[in-house]
Design a protein around this ligand. Structure first.
Ligand SMILES: [Zn+2]
Length: 251
């Protein structure tokens, strides 16, 4: 697998393409699957805007909490996480957790975000991957893909946006996260501590875990993925952390 992601980001940065839009399904998706990449982009002067399609009003083992209370907490946590990563204040679409549809309504809202923020790079879930995965991830990923092409760049789709002075726009590159067929790796070693802190901002999900515990879990996982042969003598500074994507370029 070629490791050209650094080149891709460097190439875009050098050419002045420095606007990114991340579309995720739940508060904390961004931090887990691409938080390191977002931190890297921010450090290179990119503006990164995160959109979360659901309100994250499920996903708790606390039997006393209501969906509204949970959504309120998780929105606050997502704002804090975005701040840690150097991203802009996020947009919340507020669809109920677990009920995302790749609908005309969702695509229209996503087209509006694309026309508004005019990203060069979009990151979303791989909605095409097989195996164990959340329906909100699949549908958010596919709706984002469909919003980019053919809709966002064609003024005849969602023409009401003209009243807001929003003109058609097509991003150059889409990175699909959580993919089972990655062709780009981003080395996020230099920003791993920031990524871990952004994950821990989601206290309702991560309660009780410390920075050292989360870092150790990642370290073990990276070592496992590289195979047992490399385990002996490994020190923290020898472990490289990566985030993987499938790349789609829109010519
Ligand atoms: Zn999720």
């Amino acid at each position: 697998m070629p490791n050209q992601t650094e080149d891709l980001i460097e190439r875009m940065t050098a050419s002045g393409q420095k606007r990114a839009l991340v579309v995720m399904a739940h508060p904390d998706d961004n931090e887990f699957v691409c938080g390191g990449t977002v931190a890297l982009l921010s450090s290179k002067g990119w503006s990164v805007h995160i959109v979360v399609t659901t309100s994250g009003n499920k996903g708790t083992k606390d039997g006393s909490v209501t969906p509204q209370q949970l959504a309120f907490v998780r929105e606050k946590e997502q704002r804090h996480a975005a701040e840690i990563l150097g991203a802009e204040d996020p947009t919340f679409m507020g669809f109920p957790d677990g009920y995302i549809e790749n609908s005309n309504e969702l695509r229209g809202l996503l087209v509006r975000q694309i026309r508004l923020h005019r990203p060069d790079l979009v990151i979303t879930w791989d909605g095409f991957r097989s195996g164990f995965n959340h329906r909100d991830h699949r549908r958010t990923g596919r709706a984002t893909y469909d919003a980019i092409y053919p809709a966002a760049d064609d003024h005849l789709f969602y023409p009401s946006h003209k009243r807001e002075n929003l003109s058609p726009h097509r991003p150059s590159v889409l990175l699909l996260a959580g993919t089972d067929s990655p062709d780009y790796l981003v080395d996020v070693t230099s920003v791993m501590a920031i990524k871990v802190r952004s994950i821990l901002a989601h206290e309702s999900q991560m309660g009780g875990r410390t920075e050292a515990m989360v870092m150790e879990r990642y370290r073990k996982r990276m070592i496992e993925e590289r195979g047992a042969a490399t385990v002996h003598g490994n020190k923290d500074d020898e472990v490289r952390y990566q985030e993987s994507f499938k790349v789609i370029e829109f010519a």
